[in-house]
Design a protein around this ligand. Sequence first.
Ligand code: AMP
Length: 624
Amino acid sequence: MAYDTIVEDNIDVLVVGAGLGGTGAAFEARYWGKDKKIVIAEKANIDRSGAVAQGLYAINCYMGTRFGENNPEDHVRYARIDLMGMVREDLLFDMARHVDSAVHQFEEWGLPLMRNPKTGTYQREGRWQIMIHGESYKPIVAEAAKKSADKVFNRICVTHLLMDESKPNRVGGAVGFNVRTGNYHVFKSKTVIVAAGGASNIYKPRSVGEGAGRVWYAPWSSGSAYGLLIQAGAKMTQMENRIVLARFKDGYGPVGAYFLHLKTYTQNGAGEEYESNWFPALQEMVGKEYLDPEVSHRTHRPIPTCLRNHAFINEVAAGRGPIRMVTMEAFQDPHLEEIGWHNFLGMTVGQAVLWAATDVDPKYENPELTTSEPYVMGSHATGCGAWCSGPEDISPPEYFWGYNRMTSVEGLFGAGDAVGGTPHAFSSGSFTEGRLAAKAACQYIDDGKATGIVVSESQINKRREEIYKPMETYRVYRNAITAGSVNPHYINPRQGLDRLQKLMDEYCGGVTVQYMTNDYLLEIGLKKLAILNEDWENGIAAENIHELLRAWELKHRILTSESVFHHTLFREETRWPGYYYRGDKMKLDDENWHVLTVSRRDPETGEYTMEKAPLYHIIGEDEG
Ligand code: AMP
């Protein structure tokens, strides 16, 4: 193939994916590595990439310690109960103690943070959330990263990590291709920080036809945070903890500002409060420890996100839908009405357009909500991701192997969605995690841990062949098309994605089965997924560079899905009712499953091994 090979050598810190995690990493790497070579590889363009690309109306993780509002311990308690106990408290605490300084920097760089005119503090939306004028949040933060990095390579789809051939289980860089020119890009690096995205579109979305592509998380997030790490043999954690979101119907408009700031609430189709009706039965399933409305009220901690979903899902299944957001009261106040619309215009303009197009005025009509298809990610109310080392001062030995945010592969770090067990980081927390990872990566290099890395030409050439194989498959077999896009020799990426979405939906607890699965279904799903993967390996075809991108995104989605299957099968309980249900094990089982789940896929054989890791509660119960 005629594409050039472009080699970038002698990199110290390679940042893969420049969303909020990656930008934080590049920024901090420059501080600790004044003379180090810092390079960013980004699939889109750093100015508008990642989950924050289209803007945000709130920063959902800000302690406000300098204003005496909250301390990091409070945040750990909040995230812990929201996730039904399953978090990495060391990583969470570490993020929470540093996150405020990141937010203050954003303000210095020009991000308009709203102020409360009475107190002079930042305008709170909720206990943890502050309000911003955030349409340009990403370009503002990107500028800092661009100034910090030696080079930014935009439009590079990173497909694989390179491995050191002199020492097992040590990283040596990454490879990918330019989605515009098609050129093959090789990055040889001492350390790699994977800060790519979580996964949308691995479950069949509710949106179909002309609405397809309208999803909650960024549609371009193809699970590369997981696909890259899993391929390299990094251990993963909590991959079963995929999230379902309550959202405004069809536009996926977020609900946080409405619930927290506008003080709106939900009702069933008949206009009744329904949530509390489901709580007694739910308490039977999960235990009083996890669901006690009185304690929630007293400690200002919300009912866990998944349990609120549970009430929603069951009320609809009982025939009393739709669930509506009661906006008609709040919207009588012109100021709140304005905020309600601004909230969407700043981050989910599609919801505002949809309401306008379908004649929904929330001042006169309570809009419908829905529960979304599941997403695999690690920075909202969910903690999928890699099993990473915590910081040296607070992590117990099982959580610490030398360098903060380093995965189980040496020299390979994570940030944002890539790091497991750290929910409720959101944008600011992901940026902070990037900073922490970069600081540790610089230390790792300075400690002499990255010397003597060997990446041979044969490894580089082998990857090159693999990457372009789908185009070769197309070239060889294109004349065998029988009708439309049907070809007996290959599948195209869209066909593969449709198959993946259908099987994840039906066997791994998607929307059409009300988030329900069990052992039998998971086993069948895994078998079907293995066949899909075989079809990918033996014959995925790409007609052009764009399809090549789609083919590799699909590969990362398949790897992510396989991990979700194995984790879901392994955890023999229903830990998060409302996210998914194991029909054969409908109760939360603290006796056997008060643990974190850890997996590893052997890169040579593709075999999975699963283990339980201890769940340490580092932060006391002291009510804050
Ligand atoms: P969202 O708009 O749903 O993405 O959420 C923004 C923020 O609000 C996140 O920190 C959520 O955890 C929080 N949030 C959303 N809905 C609620 C609720 N009903 N109660 C408490 N917190 C919420």
